[in-house]
Design a protein around this ligand. Structure first.
Ligand SMILES: Nc1ncnc2c1ncn2[C@@H]1O[C@H](COP(=O)(O)OP(=O)(O)OP(=O)(O)O)[C@@H](O)[C@H]1O
Ligand SMILES: [Mg+2]
Ligand SMILES: [Mg+2]
Length: 475
């Protein structure tokens, strides 16, 4: 049937089964209310978000009466805000959204106001605007259109019918850099609303009944997802904020535990060793009396002495001889700095591989080559990057390393050694600039795909089926 053909008129009784596919609501019983112009939906937790130019509203629908545990999260663009008189005559300001109404294979857009008035007995009322040109009414009948079933809410089909709902996303970051800007730009391109929140300005109410995160005098809203970009200098506080979001039940791309563990090089090496992930021979001692001992544990020189809190290659020193290693260690100890000693993977020849793991897959990899004469390949040290094909073993190692820290997003750095890939570290806030530029891939888009897949499927709660129910089955 061509699009412009006049649709056939549907016969409606006073109550019918309908679908709202744009909202991810596949089955709902609606009552016809010819006394109302606009249709109304019984919605919970109504909350606006997005920019002033493109305001959106988030709400939940409990499609099955009496089953408040079954919750469909929805979001839609706001098309209007109107004063509506409800059936008991009271006036109320309501948000108006536009959404498709689907009945018996026919679909047309209707306006819907959102209300959470408990006096509304039905989940949805269909007003005249929805029925015009499409429906004729036989007011004494009901269910003249095909009947649907609430059973759909308990099936895996709910994943497929979940619409591309706009999400409200928080980027926890103190910096306005390429990565933050890309997260905002890409998220908004996909229809989400992305707010950059300064981690150190967040504060918390820590209590058992109502844990919350506050910012600038206000309680932060319920975000669909938090993307942590926690700088190394504020790891403990950043982790505390993320832990608070996790307590509230917000999906955090990377959890506090994984961020904390991966940041501490000593702890991180222990976790990787436990997961049997290849890494350079590493040793650590607390007492100055053991300097010679740890040097001999690692083996021959040259060797690497590395500050535990190092980033951007700043605290990584190559000691050519035992004497040099001892004096570097003495110097670090004099500064009360924590460090580890590691065998030098010479054959890596100043190159390392950064594998970007998102959602348990390597989505991109690049080879970084140190500046002339530098064994460190960090881009911040003047290294250069280009896209690289990695081996199956390298891929598996990177995925296992991210999994060892339970990180959904991780930059896994490894060296190519004679005895296979050796992981140097796992970064929980990997930068996007180098990897997007060198591989020409939309990495941030991949991150959003992962977030959307995690956040969008509706929580399905199965009804407890009684096993002795057949006796009282009614016919
Ligand atoms: N054991 C080693 N053998 C050979 N080269 C090494 C070794 N450890 C580090 N390097 C080189 O030094 C660079 C910096 O080391 P590492 O990544 O451990 O430090 P970092 O300060 O944490 O840097 P990042 O900014 O990547 O977090 C590595 O990318 C690698 O090129
Ligand atoms: Mg590091
Ligand atoms: Mg590194």
């Amino acid at each position: 049937m061509p699009d412009d053909a006049a649709p056939e008129t549907l016969q409606f009784g006073w109550e019918e089964w309908i679908s709202l596919p744009d909202l991810g609501v596949p089955a709902l019983r609606a009552k016809v209310d010819t006394g109302a112009r606009t249709s109304a939906l019984h919605a919970f937790d109504i909350e606006t978000f997005g920019s002033q130019a493109r305001p959106k509203v988030r709400f939940t629908v409990h499609p099955i009466p009496g089953r408040d545990d079954l919750v469909i999260p929805c979001s839609a663009n706001i098309v209007d805000r109107r004063e509506v008189a409800s059936s008991n005559g009271e006036k109320e300001m309501r948000y108006v959204i536009e959404s498709a109404l689907l009945v018996n294979g026919q679909k047309w857009p209707i306006e819907i106001t959102l209300t959470n008035r408990s006096t509304m007995t039905s989940r949805m009322l269909l007003g005249r605007q929805a029925m015009k040109d499409h429906i004729s009414i036989a007011a004494t009948d009901r269910f003249l259109q095909p009947e649907l079933s609430y059973d759909v809410y308990h099936t895996s089909r709910m994943r497929e019918v979940a619409p591309q709902r706009a999400l409200r996303i928080c980027v926890l970051s103190r910096e306005d850099n390429y990565s933050t800007r890309r997260l905002v730009e890409e998220g908004e391109k996909r229809g989400h609303s992305v707010e950059v929140i300064n981690t150190t300005r967040c504060y918390m109410a820590i209590n058992a009944l109502a844990p919350e995160v506050h910012y600038d005098g206000k309680r932060l809203p319920r975000f669909d997802a938090v993307i942590p970009r926690i700088g190394a200098s504020i790891t403990p506080y950043g982790a505390a904020i993320i832990r608070q979001f996790e307590t509230i039940g917000t999906y955090c791309v990377n959890g506090a535990a994984g961020i904390t563990a991966s940041r501490d090089k000593l702890y991180a090496h222990q976790i990787m060793a436990r997961a049997r992930i290849g890494m350079p021979n590493t040793a650590f001692a607390s007492s100055p009396r053991d300097t010679a001992n740890i040097i001999s544990l690692v083996g021959t020189t040259p060797l690497i002495v590395k500050l535990l809190e190092s980033t951007q290659g700043k605290g990584v020193v190559l000691a050519e001889t035992k004497k040099a290693a001892e004096s570097v260690i003495d110097a670090f100890r004099g500064l009360k700095a924590n460090f580890l000693v590691q065998s030098f993977v010479k054959e890596a020849a100043g190159e390392d591989i950064r594998c970007l793991v998102i959602g348990g897959k390597v989505v991109a990899s690049m080879k970084r080559t140190g500046a002339e004469g530098d064994f460190r390949s960090n881009l911040h040290r003047g290294g250069t990057a280009k896209s690289v094909r990695i081996t199956k073993e390298e891929r598996e190692t990177a995925v296992r390393a991210a999994r060892a820290f339970d990180l959904n997003m991780a930059g896994v750095d490894l060296l190519r050694s004679e005895s296979g890939p050796k992981v140097l570290e796992v970064n929980s806030s990997p930068g996007f600039e180098g990897i997007e530029t060198s591989t020409n891939k939309n990495i941030v888009g991949k991150l959003y795909e992962q977030i959307e897949a995690r956040v969008r499927p509706v929580p399905i709660r199965r009804r407890k089926t009684s096993t002795s129910g057949s006796a009282d089955k009614q016919t």
